[in-house]
Design a protein around this ligand. Structure first.
Ligand code: GLN
Length: 299
């Protein structure tokens, strides 16, 4: 750049595109440091860039060039209607998980047609993507949400994201640290209407994309030798914590449908369904507890 040329946001975008080899993430990074939003991207693109933004952008581009996922570099990412804070403490919210939230919302709505308020539990909440989407897309005060994670770090991120929710939606959300159902107060036993979970389900021997392996928390991805370990804990316990007619909604790996279905049948769930994601892979597991309590095995 010539010394007499003004460093505008546009020039910065062009330069960043050159460094990253891609105009789209370059734009997102320039938007991030410039604060230009929506129409401002067209109206203010030829304004002079600030020194602080230039320095900050350079730091972000270096992180991206070192392989860090764009979502962590930006520090936030969209999930359904929310813009969530994300960093290395939590999994990056994935598009297929939006479907898991949608199925949970659908079942919550059906339940709300019969009673109000209802209780929903999100196990392994991470950034809070599922829990916070579900509450924010249902009528305020219709839902009591319990968001659970065993990692202190993740709980901190969930709480930060909860702070970003409007108070009418956020006031009935409790974020608790602990292992699955043991984190919940006993008074919720047999009283939960919907349990939703995106647990770790990748087997130890399975390969993950290198960017995922290098940057995302293994504890949120890897379940153990078979990949089914978390379902082996969650599914039987869900049968004990759900109210009669309550529903369990889980994300699962593309080849885990039959094994998780078998677990649910053994645990006494009445109806079990596996739904595909947009790519046609098995992704969402839905099991309903029978209306009559007698048919459920109690441990
Ligand atoms: N879908 C994720 C992946 O394969 C796994 C998410 C999970 O384990 N809950 O990267």
């Amino acid at each position: 750049m010539n010394a007499d040329e003004t460093l505008t946001w546009r020039r910065l975008w062009v330069e960043t595109t050159g460094r990253l080899g891609d105009a789209v993430p370059a734009r997102w990074l320039v938007e991030e440091v410039s604060g230009l939003e929506g129409d401002e991207w067209t109206t203010d693109l030829d304004e002079r860039a600030t020194a602080l933004a230039v320095a900050r952008l350079d730091g972000l581009v270096r992180r991206r060039l070192a392989g860090e996922p764009l979502q962590y570099v930006l520090g936030h990412w969209a999930f359904r209607h929310l813009d969530l804070l994300v960093d290395r403490r939590v999994l990056i919210p994935r598009p297929e998980t939006e479907l898991v939230a949608e199925v949970a919302i659908e079942h919550a709505r059906k339940r709300l047609a019969e009673q109000r308020p209802i209780t929903i539990v999100d196990l392994g909440t991470g950034s809070g993507a599922v829990a916070l989407s579900v509450v924010s897309e249902l009528p305020p005060d219709a839902v009591e949400m319990w968001a659970v994670d065993s990692a202190r770090d993740a709980v901190d991120v969930t709480r930060a994201n909860l702070a970003g929710l409007s108070s009418r939606h956020g006031r009935n959300v409790r974020v608790v640290e602990g292992s699955w159902f043991t984190a919940l107060p006993v008074m919720l036993r047999e009283r939960v209407d919907v349990v939703v979970a995106n647990p770790p389900y990748v087997a130890d021997h399975e390969e993950l994309p290198s960017e995922v392996e290098a940057w995302e928390p293994a504890a949120a991805l890897r379940a153990g030798p078979t990949g089914l370990e978390c379902y082996e804990q969650i599914v039987p316990d869900a049968a004990r914590w759900l109210a009669p007619g309550g529903v369990l909604v889980c994300e699962l790996g593309a080849r885990q449908g039959p094994a998780v279905t078998a677990l649910a049948q053994t645990a006494g769930f009445a109806t079990v369904e596996v739904l595909p994601d947009l790519a046609g892979h098995d992704r969402v597991f839905v099991a309903r507890r029978p209306q009559t309590v007698a048919s459920v095995t109690q441990a």
